[in-house]
Design a protein around this ligand. Structure first.
Ligand SMILES: NC(=O)c1ccc[n+]([C@@H]2O[C@H](COP(=O)([O-])OP(=O)(O)OC[C@H]3O[C@@H](n4cnc5c(N)ncnc54)[C@H](OP(=O)(O)O)[C@@H]3O)[C@@H](O)[C@H]2O)c1
Length: 338
């Protein structure tokens, strides 16, 4: 069995390029006892992967050079010498960017293909959906009538954050990078207001107009100057969930911004960074509620799917170019088992 892989060839400086990746084709060895042969169906691209491409110390180890990139993958078990999984089973795991791979089964979760489209497990029913749920509800603690601002609002996490905040009876204001995205947030997802940060000269003024009662919860996906503009509008006892800082992921030097501590002090505000895994103990309750909302039609979900394994690097770059509305991922192969 031959497999195609995408390896990290060099560590990006600034925005990643094709030159940082290498495609390789090789034969896979025979399956050993306990192993599975997996066919990649969907592979996710996620902003955190940019951090793993650098060798800076972080909450996950850097990718090794000349080894395949790994990430969220939905795969079909094609052949099994492992008692826990039968051929035809669908699994979710942190797996290599390969068309076919061999696994010992550790860390895989079997998926129910009847629950939802398989790709949803990389988005709304997977890591990004849980991030939105846990960050908003366990840190933001939004209450009816409060104002919630979310940056990166039209992406995988942001779209879910805003919709859950609406379900909780909040005024929801989204910040995103195009008029199509802001129209989508307002017309399709029911956001009260949405601001295109790329065409707005004075973000603080625009936010003040969109948030006449100030900001009670800020769910921050991007950081940088967008967040600086939000801080000035925080209400007393505001909560800030620091989820992502994508505006800084390709920065080659650390930008300085306004000092946030005096604002937090004067407003008795809480600012908390988090990694979704911090809330692993609460995933079952979160997943149950998310599935319920999805099935009841209370959550809308959009995917931006590129077709073909070779598209993975371009899909990844798309995150930083803002090409996606909703979850960005790559469809690698069809699911043929049924
Ligand atoms: N803490 C955690 O455990 C956790 C888990 C998952 C994700 N995250 C973080 O959450 C954030 C969103 O992740 P996601 O998976 O939902 O990605 P996403 O929002 O689906 O995609 C990334 C989006 O970020 C925006 N963006 C890119 N560069 C930007 C810049 N310089 N300034 C402002 N916006 C920029 C783009 O939209 P525009 O067109 O609007 O610019 C792009 O579509 C990321 O920062 C990610 O690292 C954290």
């Amino acid at each position: 069995m031959k497999t195609k892989s995408i390896l990290l060839k060099s560590r990006p400086k600034g925005m990643p390029t094709e030159e940082n990746f290498e495609f390789k084709e090789e034969a896979l060895p025979e399956l050993q006892e306990g192993q599975l042969l997996l066919k990649t169906l969907y592979a996710s691209v996620d902003p955190y992967m940019r951090g793993r491409m650098s060798d800076a110390k972080s909450y996950v180890a850097p990718y090794n050079l000349n080894e395949p990139i790994t990430g969220g993958v939905v795969a079909e078990v094609v052949e099994s010498r492992n008692d826990r999984y039968k051929a035809g089973a669908i699994v979710l795991g942190n797996l290599p960017w390969q068309t076919y791979s061999i696994s010992n089964g550790k860390g895989l979760n079997q998926l129910d293909p009847d629950l939802a489209p398989l790709s949803y497990h990389l988005g709304i029913l997977g890591m990004p959906g849980l991030t939105a749920y846990c960050g908003l509800l366990y840190i933001g603690e939004p209450k009816e009538g409060e104002t919630v601002v979310v940056s990166g609002a039209a992406g995988a996490v942001g779209t879910v954050v805003g919709q859950i905040a609406r379900l909780k009876g909040c005024r929801v204001v989204g910040i995103a990078g195009s008029d199509d995205k802001t129209a989508y947030l307002k017309n399709d997802l029911g956001f009260d207001e949405a601001i295109n940060y790329k065409t707005t000269d004075n973000m603080q003024q625009a936010l003040a107009a969109a948030c006449p009662d100030g900001v009670d919860v800020y769910f921050d996906n991007v950081g940088g100057e967008i967040s600086d503009a939000v801080y000035g509008l925080l209400n007393k006892f505001a909560r800030i969930a620091v989820c992502g800082q994508i505006a800084l992921y390709n920065a080659t030097s650390v930008p300085t911004g306004p000092r946030v501590e005096p604002i937090l002090l004067k407003k008795s505000a809480l600012m908390k960074g988090f990694i979704v895994g911090d809330y692993a103990a609460r995933f079952p309750e979160a997943a149950t509620e998310m599935v319920g909302w999805l099935k009841a039609g209370k959550l809308q979900y959009e995917e931006h799917i590129l077709e073909g394994f070779d598209q993975l690097p371009q899909a990844f770059f798309g995150l930083f170019r803002g090409e996606n509305t909703g979850k960005l991922l790559v469809k690698v192969a069809d699911f043929n088992a049924h």
